[in-house]
Ligand binder design. Structure first.
Ligand code: NDP
Ligand code: 2IT
Length: 445
């Protein structure tokens, strides 16, 4: 495979789609050896086919705000690859959303979903709609207008969206309501549903829980545990909340959380009622963590800064893409951090990852670490198909086992001659092989 040729062709076809090109390059760099060993993939154009979405749908979403004004947002759904199952992946509502970001997320989702061992293809969607400052009625009308277009493209055996940044239980409810009204079908077309109408226990906390289960496995490779370790976490949304809860349960201490306004350093630990408060802050749609420091005087607020300057054993970026750069990585290394696990999708820049590689610390990518969210979505789909609800313990046990298996796959494909585990390589190869072999079986489609 000529990586540079493939990348330069892609850059010409999709100029300016920086996040998408970044995600593709990272995966392809890991696959060089595998492609040499498996010339059949090149012969059947697997790479050329896997890097392009099956289809991309872009539509306008007109809706009326509380003042009677017409608003128009852009809606998207990127159906990337369905070789191993229906398209599956979240919806992101955030003003920064564009085609490049959704293509990078959809591309990553292919390999993540493959790693889970459940039958799910890759997709992603969303809108540049900003939930911040909107009334509940406005959010509902937007979700309804978005579904008025999306419903034609999705279905329980076709494409099953879920939440991501800006899309939680409330939005999934409004989206589901409109889908049901349009199709007359009460089916598992979305995951992250309410418990009373087809949702699964543990789904809200699953991404954060799964991320910490994965970190437990990483620590175990060095004979270590979560107990007694200090953690720097970014974000204060769904993923950060689940991770903070599980770290506390296992006896670790969380020193930081963050929002776009800055970060909180709480030397006493983000624990107990503070975790619930963090959830309230996020639910208030205020986009700020500052009030935490006003409420808990032991904590300090650093405006406009990121948590990576704090001394910690483990760093878990859980906010958004490219939020941890080379300088941040160097700060973490200088302060003795020795494990970085991505809770968000692609939060570390390629230059930051180089720093981690040079220091030979344990570093694991989002597609492995945060796969617990979509895994539990997959378990929600299984329960919907069976028309059964599993207990909390059953779902949690399955999630835990899936995260252990993903870790094992990373070790199998990522262990280097000197014993160091390259989790990026391991996750990319393991995720890719299953999808590539399925594409081989199914012909050129
Ligand atoms: P949420 O909307 O619940 O939270 C995201 C949080 O990060 C918000 O508090 C957001 O604030 C904040 N944030 C956004 N930009 C920045 C920034 N530059 N610096 C610090 N904080 C910022 O989303 P999730 O927790 O669901 O998602 C977080 C990440 O995890 C994303 O990368 C997502 O793709 C990934 N993920 C989510 C999964 C899920 O199941 N929800 C599963 C797997 C991965 P604001 O929105 O106000 O800007
Ligand atoms: O990035 C992700 O894996 C998610 N936002 C969850 C997707 C899902 O379908 O549950």
């Amino acid at each position: 495979m000529n990586l540079e040729k493939i990348m330069s062709d892609l850059e010409k076809k999709h100029p300016g789609e920086l996040e998408y090109l970044q995600a593709v390059r990272e995966v392809l760099e890991s696959l060089e050896e595998v492609l040499l060993q498996n010339p059949q993939f090149e012969a059947k154009g697997i790479i050329e086919r896997i890097v392009e979405p099956d289809r991309t749908l872009i539509f306008k979403v007109p809706w009326v705000d509380d003042n009677g004004q017409v608003q128009v947002n852009i809606g998207y759904r990127v159906q990337f690859n369905n070789a191993i199952g229906p398209y599956k992946g979240g919806l992101r509502f955030h003003p920064s959303v564009n085609l490049s970001i959704l293509k990078f997320l959809g591309f990553e989702q292919i390999f993540k979903n493959s790693l889970t061992s459940l039958p799910m293809g890759g997709g992603k969607g969303g809108s540049d709609f900003d939930t911040k400052g909107k009334s509940d009625g406005e959010v509902m009308r937007f979700c309804q207008a978005y579904m008025l277009e999306l419903w034609r493209l999705i279905g329980p055996e076709t494409d099953v969206p879920a939440g991501d940044i800006g899309v939680g239980g409330r939005e999934i409810g409004y989206l589901f309501g409109m889908y049901k009204k349009l199709t007359l079908e009460h089916v598992g077309v979305l995951t992250g549903k309410g418990l009373n109408w087809g949702g699964s226990l543990v789904r809200p906390e699953a991404t954060g829980f799964g991320a910490v289960y994965f970190v437990q496995e990483m620590l175990a490779t060095k004979g270590e545990k979560v107990e007694g370790k200090t953690f720097a976490i970014s974000g204060f949304g769904n993923v950060a909340w689940g991770a903070v809860s599980k770290i506390n349960e296992l006896g670790g201490k969380v020193l930081t959380i963050s929002g776009p306004d800055g970060y909180i350093h709480d030397p006493d630990g983000v624990s107990g009622e503070k975790i619930e408060y963090m959830r309230e802050l996020r639910a208030s749609n205020q986009d700020i963590v500052k009030p935490y420091a006003d409420k808990y005087p032991g904590a300090t607020y650093y405006a406009g800064k990121r948590p990576w300057e704090v001394k910690c054993d483990v760093a878990m970026p859980c906010a958004t893409q490219n939020e941890l750069n080379k300088q941040d990585a160097e700060n973490l290394m200088a302060n003795g951090c020795w494990l970085v696990a991505e809770g968000a999708n692609m939060p570390c820049t390629p230059e930051a990852i180089e720093v981690f590689k040079d220091h030979k610390i344990l570093f694991a990518p989002g597609k492995a670490v945060n796969a617990g969210g979509v895994s539990t979505s997959g378990l929600e789909m299984s329960q919907n198909t069976l028309k059964l609800s599993w207990t909390r313990e059953e779902v949690d046990q399955r999630l835990h086992q899936i995260m252990r298996n993903i870790h094992e796959s990373c070790v199998r494909y990522g262990t280097q001659d000197d014993g160091h585990i390259d989790y990026v390589k391991g996750a990319n190869i393991a995720g890719f092989l299953k999808v590539a072999n399925a594409m081989m079986d199914q012909g050129v489609v």
